[in-house]
Design a binder for this molecule. Structure first.
Ligand code: NOJ
Ligand code: CA
Length: 678
């Protein structure tokens, strides 16, 4: 305990070890609203509970771990020691939703031991004003030197009935599902972040932070209202292989009196370790276009031949378009060998350094650099991790030599479909979110950092705030993205993008790829269409945070609406500050963000299938400054289904004392640029 405290933060830390007393302990958030209580029952089973403004949020919930070859730490325990400290500091994000992040909490460490005091662990709780994090900590122990964890008992006993927004865990399509909105009782297995609205209106979100070298967990509802962590197993059934000393990831409970408060919470980032990469000025937020949507529309193919999308000529056309409109990058998918045939079946055939003959990658990369644009790399693995890892160094060296600074990766394979060839040459199939997957994504990120390359993982492990520690893990997918609005899928319904900020994006940035302008690409009769108005596509750039944002449509479709396209050209992707202003889960959401290093503000508002009008005070603007607002809004007759292209662009002069009335059409949105004029 004492050595833990000695190595603690250099910032304001007031440490006070409590005397060796208690069989119960508690800690409160700095504002006193959130309280965590910890105790053991008569069987020596450890428990914790959480309250918000004196009302229980998480009732008495179990803690503990079980092992394959060692005695479990689940009962027969007592509290041997407790300690508390307080910390309050502010740190800077190299890129992000806001430059400065306040990290203020009170911490409680509870040392649990068995009758043999050589057996035990500490559980460290941090109470913040916006929620709670806790994790298990194992010191360098003789007894638990190498352990195979078979179960984590951590529970979240939700205190009241609740509405839940969730996607199924342990399912074939990883995280790519439309969220259910249901009573708590409908949940069997659910991924995190999972968001709940309790009977008294308090919103909570269950998730985890700093998921490193450990499996992700899904929530398993064993008994009514009791959600148990279910660690994703290896193919041999073990959940995690660990060696002491180690800490588990933080188990997190964000708590807010309303839905919007969740959007303004920095809990997940604060529970991650500071930047380990030092100078990361080479990590470049920005916008990109790419040879991408054409394949999803079936107009071109990833495979080679007459319909091949990734040709030298086509890449140059995109580069010209990017240069003309100020986009930083051009993604090219399908340039490398391995896409011919059924790449869904196995990624064993992918080469990450050999191009198809009609794609001169050297010439394309050079052409891009000469025009002030960079090629964005692509590594689709189809889940064959061993094939990818065997080529990883060569693949990243290759891109580094070409001046590539960002690589999108992909793991198209069903859940439990990551292919691993083990030491005996036997192919094993692993989950994307098991310890094997977690460690693989991490290896790629760290190998890329050595080459000053940033990673945008598709079919990723869920986001748990690791961008703070490795800022080159710049974005990821990990939910149903825009791709589902293409020719091959059932589209995202209008309540999807108004659910994502309150669920998936609580974990971190998402590469949703907004900005489809040809909303009816298969014609008005087809079900394959985008279920939004054109204006909502603009608003998504502000609402769905990512430091890299794609302008996902074909250049020719942007040329049809140059006035609306101007917003995509103007909107930044890196912010000085961000504020969620209004919204409700699955209904609507409004964000305002100020550009990094500048005075201009941008606003994005989107709604679900219901039209709504929202009166919004502009008090986030700087007092005493006049702004010229360019408003991109749904026209009076707009409706995602019947009239998605009806829009109005108008300018207004405003300041912080004004209010505006936003009229959002069904499936609609509004985007505003506030240019500081004096
Ligand atoms: C799925 C990704 O999400 C998508 O963006 C990509 O185009 C395909 N895989 C092919 O790699
Ligand atoms: Ca995907």
């Amino acid at each position: 305990m004492r050595s833990r405290l000695r190595t603690a933060l250099a910032t304001l830390v007031i440490a006070c070890l409590l005397p060796l007393i208690a069989d119960a302990a508690s800690v409160q958030s700095p504002d006193g609203r959130i309280r965590v209580d910890v105790d053991v029952n008569e069987r020596g089973e450890p428990f914790y509970s959480v309250s918000y403004r004196s009302a229980t949020v998480i009732g008495a919930s179990r803690l503990g771990l079980r092992f394959r070859d060692h005695a479990g730490l689940d009962s027969g325990l007592r509290i041997a020691d407790t300690g508390q400290r307080v910390s309050d500091n502010t740190w800077e994000q190299p890129w992000g939703e806001r430059r400065r992040v306040r990290d203020a909490y009170r911490e409680l460490t509870v040392q649990f031991v068995a009758s043999d005091p050589a057996r035990g662990f500490a559980v460290v709780f941090r109470a913040y004003n916006d929620g709670v994090g806790f994790r298990y900590e194992f010191s360098d122990q003789r007894y638990y030197r190498d352990v195979a964890i078979t179960d984590e008992l951590t529970e979240f006993r939700v205190a009241t009935d609740a509405t839940a927004w969730w996607i199924p865990g342990r399912a074939w399509n990883r995280y790519e599902f439309v969220h259910h909105e249901s009573g708590l009782d409908a949940i069997l297995l659910a991924h995190t972040p999972m968001t709940l609205k309790l009977r008294n209106g308090v919103h909570i979100a269950l998730h985890e932070a700093a998921l490193v070298d450990y499996p992700a967990y899904v929530l398993d509802q064993r008994r009514d209202g009791v959600l148990k962590t279910d660690l994703t197993p290896w193919s041999d059934g073990v959940r995690a292989y660990k060696a002491t000393p180690f800490n588990t990831p933080w188990r997190t409970i964000q708590v807010s009196p309303d839905a919007v408060g969740l959007l303004n919470s920095d809990l997940i980032l604060n529970l991650n370790e500071p930047n380990k990469l030092g100078d990361v000025s080479w990590v470049e937020p920005g916008k990109y276009v790419g040879i991408w949507w054409a394949m999803h529309l079936g107009l071109a193919t990833w495979g080679s031949g007459l319909t091949h999308g990734a040709t030298t000529e086509e890449a140059k056309r995109y580069i010209d378009f990017a240069a003309e409109h100020g986009f930083a990058g051009v993604l090219v998918e399908g340039w490398n060998k391995g896409w011919d045939g059924d790449w869904f079946a196995s990624g064993a055939g992918f080469s990450f350094t050999e191009a198809y003959p009609d794609f001169d990658i050297e010439a394309v990369a050079k052409y891009a650099l000469a025009r002030g644009v960079r090629l964005v790399g692509h590594h689709e693995t189809s889940g064959h991790v061993t094939n990818y890892e065997q080529q990883l160094d060569a693949a990243l060296d290759f891109y580094e030599r070409l001046g590539v600074r960002q690589v999108k990766t992909g793991y198209v394979a069903d859940g439990k479909g990551l292919e691993r060839v083990d030491e005996d040459g036997i192919t094993r199939f692993e989950w994307h979110d098991g310890q094997y997957g977690v460690n693989h994504y991490q290896r790629v990120t760290e190998a890329a950092a050595k080459r000053r390359i940033s990673i945008n993982s598709h079919e990723p492990i869920k986001a748990t705030g690791l961008r703070r520690t490795w800022p080159n893990w710049i974005s990821r997918e990990g939910a149903r993205g825009q791709e589902y609005n293409a020719e091959w899928a059932i589209p995202n319904p209008p309540n999807h993008t108004v659910t994502l900020p309150y669920t998936r994006l609580l974990g971190g940035p998402m590469d949703y790829t907004p900005g489809i302008f040809d909303l009816l690409h298969q014609g008005p009769e087809s079900q394959h269409r985008v279920q939004s108005t054109l204006m909502q596509q603009l608003a998504l750039y502000v609402v769905l945070y990512s430091p890299i944002q794609m302008a996902a449509d074909l250049p020719e479709n942007y040329e049809r609406f140059p006035d609306a396209f101007q917003f995509i050209v103007d909107v930044p992707t890196d912010w000085e500050e961000s504020r969620a202003l209004a919204g409700d889960v699955g209904d609507y959401v409004i964000f305002a963000r100020r550009e990094r290093g500048g005075r201009d503000w941008y606003l994005g508002a989107i709604t679900n299938e219901q039209a709504r009008s929202v009166k919004l005070p502009l008090d986030f603007l700087r007092d005493g400054t006049r702004y010229r607002a360019t408003v991109y809004r749904d026209g009076d007759g707009a409706d995602w289904k019947s009239n998605p292209y009806d829009y109005v662009i108008e300018t207004l002069d405003v300041d912080s004392s004004d209010a505006i009335e936003l009229e959002l059409a069904a499936g609609g949105g509004a985007a505003i640029r506030f240019r500081a004029v004096q």
